[in-house]
Design a protein around this ligand. Structure first.
Ligand SMILES: NC(=O)NCCC[C@H](N)C(=O)O
Length: 411
């Protein structure tokens, strides 16, 4: 085992993608995945219907691997139930974010809120993640309280939508310096996720004293687009999810809080296969990244630098060179996956071959199915710890997407 098994330090924050991982937040997939059907999976951003028991086994193995390497694993579902247990304000916050008057109308919305307020904390956590169908709502006590909305909806439609993408804890929050940032998710299927991460950070005792960094309720920024290249240097992908306005707002906020001095804004193709920057590129060592070869020569970046009260903007220039310069490196190594044939490279990129989670410099977790990418990583001296992802991968996310590092050692 490369990473010594020493106890986690009780602290927060991260200044890189590769500093030794001490604490991570994962979400063990649950009943929300059982809501996926061929009718709704596109809208809920899954590319298939996962076998849920197997997905849970795969996730347990992922969490177990991290624990066996000395990483403290916090599970979002547990944190949520514990938060509801101790905080009435958190319960109200979670309920009001889930109950949509626009969808249910005032009459039924009030009724659903009353029902949710009566649930025990763990059950409330389950309902707010797995959603609830009209059929599952309790019977209304009298004809006088009957709801037209309820009658006119098909019983298997959702009165509260499920959140199957909670699995990808990377996207709804991230830590930078000693602070956490709540993101603003771009697509309707995911926007409510941040209401849950937000209330956990605000009310769970584990995060007492933790300070908030960037916060946006408007311009989209997703955590999968945010890469902490080195202390003070952040890359932000702009494409299907994070917008130019989101990237600029994040950069200016990080400058103001002195959490970064340089932000590289990286345009990525607006398509599902490259929905976030971390689908095409992740750090695997202090001076190395793995990148989808098809974009390696074309990825560029606008460089934003903090300049006192202002920011200077230059570029675009080639991303790897701009990143190396900002990181103060003579050379930023790109793992040589250029020797993969184009079809294998495309298949392995789709299956998150470039979406690795570093648990220490030069030690990464990757899906086992991406045999050729993993071989190139090993040939370059990177230790690759593999996990199965046949079911987890149907949501189109790999080990980095499925993890929110809460504490890493400083580089
Ligand atoms: N950082 C990531 O790339 N996260 C993967 C998110 C997958 C999810 N099904 C989505 O489409 O948003």
């Amino acid at each position: 085992m490369t990473v010594p098994d020493t106890p986690a330090q009780p602290r927060f924050g991260a200044d890189s993608e590769v500093g030794r991982l001490r604490t991570v937040m994962l979400h063990r997939p649950g009943d929300e995945l059982r809501r996926l059907t061929p009718r709704n999976s596109d809208q809920l951003l899954f590319d298939g219907i996962p076998w849920v028991d197997r997905a849970q086994e795969e996730h347990d193995a992922f969490a177990g691997l991290l624990r066996s390497h000395g990483v403290e694993v916090l599970l979002l579902g547990d944190l949520l139930a514990e938060t509801f247990d101790i905080s009435g304000a958190a319960r109200m916050q979670g309920i009001s974010a889930a109950v949509s008057e626009r969808q249910l109308g005032r009459h039924l919305a009030d009724e659903v809120a009353v029902y949710l307020r009566g649930l025990p904390p763990a059950e409330l956590a389950t309902v707010l993640t797995a959603g609830v169908t009209f059929d599952e709502l309790p019977e209304t006590p009298s004809a006088a309280r009957a709801s037209l909305v309820r009658r006119m909806h098909n019983g298997i439609e959702f009165a509260i939508s499920p959140l199957p993408n909670l699995l990808f804890t990377r996207d709804s929050s991230f830590w930078i310096g000693g602070r956490f940032a709540i993101t603003s998710l771009a697509l309707a299927a995911r926007t409510r996720e941040t209401s849950l991460t937000d209330l956990i950070y605000a009310h769970h005792p584990r995060f007492r004293g933790a300070r908030r960094a960037y916060e946006s309720r408007t311009a989209p920024v997703e955590g999968g687009d945010v890469l902490l290249l080195a202390p003070g240097v952040v890359a932000v992908g702009v494409g299907e999810r994070t917008t130019p306005a989101g990237a600029e707002a994040l950069a200016r906020s990080l400058f103001e809080d002195e959490l970064a001095h340089t932000v590289l804004v990286v345009p990525i193709e607006q398509r599902r296969a490259s929905m976030h920057l971390d689908t095409v590129c992740t750090m695997v060592d202090v001076d190395a990244l793995v990148m989808y070869p098809a974009v390696a020569d074309t990825l560029s970046a606008y460089t934003l630098r903090s300049d006192g009260a202002h920011a200077t903007i230059s570029g675009p220039t080639p991303f790897v060179a701009a990143a190396a310069e900002a990181m103060g490196l003579e050379k930023l190594r790109v793992i040589d996956t250029g020797t993969l044939d184009a079809i294998t490279a495309e298949r392995e990129q789709w299956d998150d071959g470039n979406n690795t989670l570093a648990i220490a410099p030069g030690v990464v977790v990757a899906y086992d199915r991406n045999v050729e990418t993993n071989r190139r990583l090993r040939d370059s001296g990177i230790e690759v710890l593999t996990i199965a992802g046949s079911e987890l991968g149907s949501g189109r996310g790999g080990p980095r997407c499925m993890s929110c590092p809460v504490a890493r050692d400083a580089l």
